[in-house]
Design a protein around this ligand. Structure first.
Ligand code: ADP
Length: 584
């Protein structure tokens, strides 16, 4: 399974894979070559110095210059190709994960905390990238250096090589014991960090509420508590690392002293030269570094693969079928624009939210859905938009069963204005043209005019090129709603779905939005979750939904007369609560 994840990661190299492998091997061979040639050079120099052989000294220097020149020329090239293929692979992976997040069904975003996905898009990608950037290159470089050092040592004197391998074996054993513990602690640190990221997302997205409720100190102490958790987990790892440093130093020094003593003894016996004894010290490093780092490499691979597994889970998760292209779903003539046939729905098994809803909306009608909070009004819109599919029954759009259609096609027939519409970081024009990329400036301006927001945009210094902040923080609620309406108008879909904001907008905004909706309703079908009395009174039909059922349906004039009717009570209550109809 781990190999599968690694193979998939390498797959992101695509056409750069051969270049990556060649560059990886080149960097590793050059590094190993430098190490072994360094030891060889030391040996040659010392032996030449002891023998007073100046010719050997100068030829050694000449060869070293050539080797260094080769390394200086080749290394940057190999490194560049290596890092470029890694960057390309990470870019490919990031793009796929981003597309994967966009393709997740709506349900995922309603259920999971955004912090988890953010962590995948940042931490997990970074962690997985380490697999081919550092871990594999480290393993290849250490492996080749270790083997080349051991081979050269064996050429010098087999007993030295055997000693170095024994030291290497001990280091490897100790390191693999340490790696297991460090991996567990690494996981604790990662989990604590993910927890902290989720809190950070809350702080950034809920900033308005936090300030309004003066909850900064509460959030700060909560953040501190979690960051103390990260600190404690990190410190635990630091303490263990410090503890391990003692055994590492013992092994390292013991190995060096051992090989030095062995080399010196052999030199005294005339088995090897002094130069070879000193060179063996240098070579020991190559062998023991291999085994010392192997544990780290294994831990690194484990941690990268854990992150890769999380990413692949996300990539392999069921995706929403949006269909290809942007072809608009044609509505059949003579059929209702929207039809619910005995639709029932539940978010969670066993907890029904909508029961047997049947509803016809004829083309060109303005239908208002009203009812108590939690009754299921927004759920009706979510089903229409294909965010969820009915548990029972059918939804037909323009006479076509929506269960046969990819969600993207269903949505092509609708423009939607949610309760709290979102403005993306970008210009006003880009925000209006969200559903119609490539719309002309004239079309954008026309949509803004119809939404009653053109004067406001024209008054801004940069007009349609004015940047609006992430979440639309730089415009008022009323202006944001009108920009969102312009976005819906520009899409020019035959069906308009509106979830009216419950928050009272200023009179001017209400009036403008009301007028815009009325003129839109003249030429298309509008289904609105209504909170304003003016929208309700002007509707062709009112559907009252309570406890997931349609309890009343009819015109305002009819429903208001029903004695003890749900609509009548609600209407009276709204009037006495001071929610006044806007004038028109
Ligand atoms: P309304 O728009 O009338 O206020 P909703 O359609 O938002 O009502 O909600 C209807 C019911 O469904 C409520 O009981 C609500 O708690 C529940 N509900 C809404 N969204 C979800 C969800 N994503 N998961 C589970 N239950 C939900």
């Amino acid at each position: 399974m781990k190999r599968g994840a690694f193979g998939r990661l390498l797959g992101y190299m695509r056409e750069s894979l051969p270049a990556y492998i060649i560059a990886l091997l080149s960097v590793s061979v050059l590094t190993a070559g430098m190490q072994v040639y360094g030891a060889h050079f030391t040996r040659m120099m010392l032996d030449a110095a002891i023998a007073g052989d100046t010719a050997l000294l100068s030829s050694g220097l000449q060869r070293l210059t050539l080797v260094l020149l080769g390394v200086v020329i080749l290394m940057p090239h190999a490194n560049h190709v290596f890092l470029a293929s890694c960057a390309k692979a990470t870019g490919n992976l990031r793009r796929d994960v981003f597309a994967g997040v966009l393709g997740l069904p709506f349900m995922h975003f309603e259920r999971e905390h955004g912090g988890g996905l953010l962590s995948s898009l940042t931490n997990d990608i970074h962690e997985a990238e380490q697999a081919y950037m550092n871990t594999v290159s480290g393993a290849a470089s250490l492996g080749i250096t270790g083997l080349a050092s051991a081979a050269y040592l064996a050429l010098l004197e087999w007993r030295l090589a055997a000693f170095a391998l024994a030291v290497g074996g001990c280091t490897l054993m100790v390191k693999s014991l340490q790696a297991r513990r460090l991996r567990v602690m690494g996981r604790e640190v990662q989990d604590a960090r993910a927890d902290l990221t989720s809190r950070l997302v809350d702080i950034l997205t809920g900033t308005r509420v936090i300030r309004a409720f003066n909850a900064q100190s509460l959030l700060l102490s909560d953040y501190e508590r979690r960051s103390v958790h990260v600190y404690r987990a990190s410190m635990k790892r630091v303490r263990w690392n410090a503890l391990f440093a003692g055994s590492d130093a013992l092994l390292k020094t013991g190995g060096l002293v051992g090989i030095l003593l062995l080399g010196v003894w052999m030199a005294m016996q005339g088995i090897i030269t002094i130069g070879a004894a000193v060179a063996s010290l240098q070579l020991l490093w190559g062998v023991s570094a291999l085994s010392a780092s192997l544990g780290g490499v294994i831990a690194g691979v484990q941690s990268s693969m854990a992150a890769a597994d999380r990413l692949f889970e996300l990539l392999d998760a069921d995706k929403e079928s949006v269909g290809e292209g942007n072809d608009r779903l044609p509505l059949k003539q003579g059929e209702p624009a929207i039809e619910f046939r005995h639709v029932s729905f539940q978010y969670e098994p066993g907890i029904p939210v909508l029961h047997d809803i049947s509803l016809h909306v004829e083309p060109g009608q303005l239908v208002a859905i009203v009812g108590p909070s939690g009754g299921g009004k927004s759920t009706v819109l979510k089903l229409l938009l294909g965010f969820y599919r009915p548990t029972q029954g059918q939804i037909l759009i323009g006479g076509q069963d929506s269960s046969d259609c990819p969600a993207g096609r269903i949505r092509s027939a609708m423009a939607y204005m949610p309760q709290d519409d979102y403005l993306f970081a970008g210009t006003v024009a880009e925000n209006i043209a969200l559903g119609c990329p490539g719309a002309s400036p004239t079309a954008i301006a026309e949509a803004a005019r119809k939404a009653g927001v053109d004067d406001f945009i024209a008054a801004m210094e940069m007009g349609y090129n004015t940047p609006v902040g992430e979440g639309g923080g730089q415009v008022s609620g009323g202006q944001r709603e009108r920009i969102a309406l312009a976005r819906a108008i520009l899409k020019d879909a035959p069906i308009l779905l509106l979830d009216e904001p419950t928050a009272a907008l200023d009179e001017q905004s209400q009036l403008l939005v009301q007028q815009a909706i009325e003129s839109l309703a003249a030429e298309r079908t509008v289904l609105v979750v209504a909170h304003r009395l003016s929208t309700i009174e002007n509707a062709d039909r009112i559907v009252v939904i309570a406890d997931g059922r349609i309890v009343e349906t009819g015109k305002h004039s009819q429903l208001i007369k029903l004695p003890d009717g749900a609509y009548q009570q609600m209407y009276r209550h709204r009037r006495t609560a001071g929610v006044q109809p806007v004038s028109h």
